[in-house]
Design a protein around this ligand. Structure first.
Ligand code: NI
Length: 269
């Protein structure tokens, strides 16, 4: 599958869960000659059938190269990012949950979900936007949620982009994260304020903010419920002493960005 077609299919899948992203993208398009996507984030479990390596395969076949790696010990996550030689293509950020860090009950549940997958599916180019390949009840979702918001999100939504990211450096209309945030709020969008609206900064070579994930109606085996879906992210990258823009991700601040899909926070705001 052609890389542009794959990225476009991922964008269309993402818009189904996050229609606000289309509105925000259009708003920035009206004020800028181009709106660049900095990165796409994917989430998975570390079990070998579906792990980070498996999700990365279509991107590596399309010319992406593994660049940075990251640990998020408090959230039991490990991540890598991938870069394409053509900088017009977004970076791909893939995280995976260290399943063994969870309680035996939740480990068992995750193993039972993975056992439901068609073994051919993970090796296809479509896997990263194929959605949820298993049945899940709302009580199972809640059981995971008590221990890991991330695990509950993957269980409910399956394999699909968690967020896309507007590269603020490429905007002519808004030069800082603060200006982007003010514009979004003025337009009526809610931002993730966990740990402050701006995560990171010049000292970390990366500043990011994000919208709060909007609620999405999900079909569980015992009925439909609204839960937080996907968010839209904004990244400002700072030049390294070499003059080149930093292309990595910062574990300390990304930890808070993961909370943009936290249902407890979404309910509070
Ligand atoms: Ni991100």
């Amino acid at each position: 599958m052609n890389l542009d077609d794959m990225l476009q299919a991922m964008w269309q899948d993402y818009l189904q869960l996050n229609p606000d992203a289309r509105k925000i993208h259009l708003l920035f398009e009206q004020h800028n000659s181009q709106v660049l996507n900095d990165h796409i984030a994917l989430r998975t479990f570390d079990l070998e059938e579906v792990n980070l390596e498996q999700l990365a395969q279509p991107f590596c076949r399309a010319g992406y190269i593994q660049a940075g790696e990251y640990d998020f010990p408090t959230k039991h996550l490990y991540a890598q990012h991938f870069e394409h030689p053509d900088p017009q293509h977004p970076k791909i950020f893939i995280s995976q949950l260290m399943t063994e860090a969870l309680s035996p009950d939740n480990q068992l549940l995750i193993h039972s979900l993975i056992a439901d997958i068609d073994p051919q599916l993970p090796s296809t180019d479509q896997f990263c936007y194929s959605g949820r390949p298993w049945e899940l009840s709302f009580s199972e979702y809640e059981q995971l949620l008590t221990e890991s918001e991330y695990a509950a999100w993957v269980a409910a939504f399956g394999f699909r982009p968690n967020h896309f990211t507007i590269l603020v450096n490429a905007l002519e209309s808004h030069r800082t994260i603060e200006a982007v945030n003010a514009f979004l709020k003025q337009q009526g969008f809610q931002l993730n304020s966990a740990g402050g609206e701006v995560k990171g900064g010049a000292d970390q070579y990366l500043a990011q903010s994000s919208t709060l994930a909007n609620l999405v109606t999900v079909s569980f085996s015992d009925g439909e419920t609204q839960i937080p879906g996907c968010y839209y992210e904004f990244a400002l990258r700072y030049p390294l002493p070499t003059g080149q823009l930093y292309q990595g991700f910062v574990a300390a601040s990304a930890d808070k960005i993961f909370e943009s899909t936290d249902s407890r926070q979404a309910r509070d705001s």
